[in-house]
Design a protein around this ligand. Sequence first.
Ligand code: COS
Length: 384
Amino acid sequence: MDYFLTEEQTMIRDLARRIAREKVVPVRAEMDEKEQFPWEVMRVLAESDMCGLYIPQEYGGFGGGVFELCLATEELSRVCGGVAVTFAANGLGTYPILLFGSDEQKKKFLPGIASGKRLAAFALTEANAGSDAGGIQTTAVLDGNEYVLNGTKQWITNGGEAEVYTVIVMTDKSKGTRGATALIVEKGTPGFEFGKKEKKMGIRCSSTRELVFTNCRVPKENVLARPGMGFIVAMKTLDNTRPGIGSQAVGIAQGALDEALSYARQREQFGKPISSFQAIQHMLADMATQIEAGRALVYATARFIDSGAKDISRASAMSKLFTSDMAMKVTTDAVQVLGGYGYMREYPVEKMMRDAKITQIYEGTNQIQRNVIALQLIKESASA
Ligand code: COS
C-alpha cells in the first residue's frame, strides 16, 4: 500500500531498513542469546542521524515527529524487537522534555540526545505502581533549591545505559495524582544507582533495570512543567509514544510474515511447496491483512498526533491495542507455518513471538488501553 510518504520520510524508512538488514540481522540472535545491549547498532543509528528524527532542528534534530519515529521503529522491529525498543525508549525518555521542557531545558538536554551521544529513559513504573500509575511511592522533598529523591523505579527500559532520565515522583502524597512531579535526573548524580537487571522472555538485548534513589539531590530547575504536573506529563507522554509501540508490533509482525512467506515457498511436503496448500495460503492472507490494517491505524494516528490534535488518547490507545494483539496472533501463526522449525532457535520466528508479547504489556497493558478507549467513548457519548 502506498502511504504517500514524503521524499524525506521514504529516505528515513529506507535507511532504517538498510541498517536493520546490514547491521542488525547478523547479530540479533547472538545479542538475544547473550542479553547484550546493542551499543554498536545504536552508534550506527546515531551516525546516521536517526536519534533526532522527532527533535526540532533548533535543538539539533531532524524536525520530524511521531510519524518519523514510527517509520524507523517499524523497520528496526521487523528484524529485532530488542534493538527497536532500545531506539524507541530513547524517544519515550525524550518526549517529556519535548512536550513540557522549558527552552533552557531543551537546549541543555535535547542536542546530546539528537546526536545520539546520550540515551534517554522514562521512569514511571514501580513495584506497586504499574497499571495504577498514580500509586507511585518514590518521593521528592524540596530542600532549598534541590529536591531530595528516595525510592525505587522498576523495569526501566534503557536503565543503566541511558544518561538522561525523566523520573515521576511524589512531591505531595496528600494530593494523589495531582501531587506527582516530573524531574530530569542525570546518570552520575550522587545517590542515583542502578539495581537489578531483569532477565526477560523477549527483547532480551534491551536493558530493563531498577533505578534506586537514596537521598539523591536534583536541582529544582530540573522540574518539567511545574510541581504537581507529573501525572499529566506521564499521561501525555504516553499518548504520544503509544503509536510507537504500535509500530514495534507492526514491524515484528511484518518480520514474521516475511519469514513465513519465504519458508512456505521453499518447504516441500507431499511433493509440493507448502505455499500451494490453501490452509497455509489462508493463514498468510490473514496475517498480511491484519498487518496492513495495523499499519494504516498506526500511520493515521501518528499523523493525527503530529497535526497538533488535542484529543489523542483514544486513537493512541487504539493504535497500540489493535497492533499488539495482532502481532501476538501473527507471530504465533508464523511459528505454526514453520511447524517444528518455527519452534527452534535456528529460525527467527520464535524470537519474534517472544518479542511480540511485551507489546501487549508495556506502555500500559492492553486492558488499560481498553479502559482508556471505553472511558473516552462513554464521556463523548454523554456530551453528544
Ligand atoms: N491526558 C491528560 N490528562 C489526563 C490523561 C491524559 N491522557 N489521563 C488522565 N488525565 C488526567 C485526568 O483528567 C485527571 O485529571 P483531574 O485530576 O483534573 O481530574 C487526572 O489525570 C487523573 O486521571 P484518572 O483519574 O483517570 O487517573 P487514574 O489514577 O484513574 O489512572 C490510568 C488512569 C489507568 C489511565 C493511568 O493510571 C494509566 O495510564 N495507567 C497505565 C500506566 C502505564 O502505561 N504504565 C506503563 C509504564 S510506563 S512505560
